[in-house]
Write a protein that binds this ligand. Structure first.
Ligand code: HEC
Length: 140
C-alpha cells in the first residue's frame, strides 16, 4: 500500500495470476536479450535470430498484451510496438548484418527502459471487472 502511494508510475491492474505470468514473460525477455548478446559475441546469427523470435510479434502475443493492458491506457500499444521492434533484430540477423542487429537491439532496449519508467504492476483481485479497474485508476 505504501509502495503503491510512493510509486508514481501508471498502474497496470492485473490479477495475481496475470501479474505472475507477466513477470515470467519479462524474465524470458531478459534471457532473450542475453542470448542475443551472446550470439553477437560469437557472431552466431542463427542464435540471434532464434532469441529475437522469442520476443517477436504474433497474434497470440497481441491478444495477451491486449488482455494485460486492458486497464492501463497506452500499455498494449507500447507492448505491441516493442514486439515488432524485436522482430527487426531477427530480420537483420538473417541478413548477418551486425550493425543492423545492434541498432535494432538498442531500439528494442529503449522500449524496455521507457515502459518500465512509465508503468508498474498493480495487483487486483482475480475477476475484478474492468469497470472497477477503471474506477480504481481514475481515483488516483
Ligand atoms: C509495454 C511495457 C513493457 C515492456 C516493453 C517491457 N516491460 Fe519488463 N516489465 C513491465 C512491467 C509493467 C513490469 C512490472 C514492473 C513493476 O511492477 O515494477 C516489468 C517487469 C520486468 C522485469 C522484472 C520481472 C520480475 O520477475 O520481477 C524484468 C526482468 C523485465 N521487465 C525485463 C524486460 C526486458 C528485458 C524488456 C525488453 C526486452 C522488457 N521488460 C520490456 C513492462 C514492460
Amino acid at each position: 500500500m505504501e509502495l503503491d502511494r510512493m510509486d508514481r508510475r501508471t498502474p497496470v491492474p492485473l490479477s495475481p495470476h496475470m501479474a505472475l505470468h507477466q513477470k515470467q514473460n519479462m524474465r524470458d525477455h531478459l534471457e532473450a536479450i542475453q542470448a542475443i548478446i551472446a550470439g553477437l559475441a560469437k557472431q552466431d546469427f542463427p542464435a540471434i535470430e532464434a532469441a529475437a523470435a522469442r520476443m517477436g510479434f504474433s497474434k497470440e502475443m497481441e491478444g495477451m498484451c491486449q488482455r494485460m493492458g486492458a486497464g492501463a491506457p497506452g500499455f498494449s500499444d507500447r507492448a505491441i510496438k516493442f514486439h515488432k521492434t524485436a522482430d527487426e533484430i531477427a530480420v537483420y540477423a538473417r541478413k548477418k548484418d551486425e550493425k543492423g542487429v545492434l541498432d535494432s537491439l538498442n531500439r528494442t532496449l529503449a522500449q524496455c527502459v521507457s515502459c518500465h519508467a512509465t508503468y508498474r504492476q498493480q495487483i487486483v483481485a482475480a475477476g475484478t471487472s474492468s469497470t472497477l479497474i477503471e474506477r480504481l485508476n481514475s481515483s488516483k
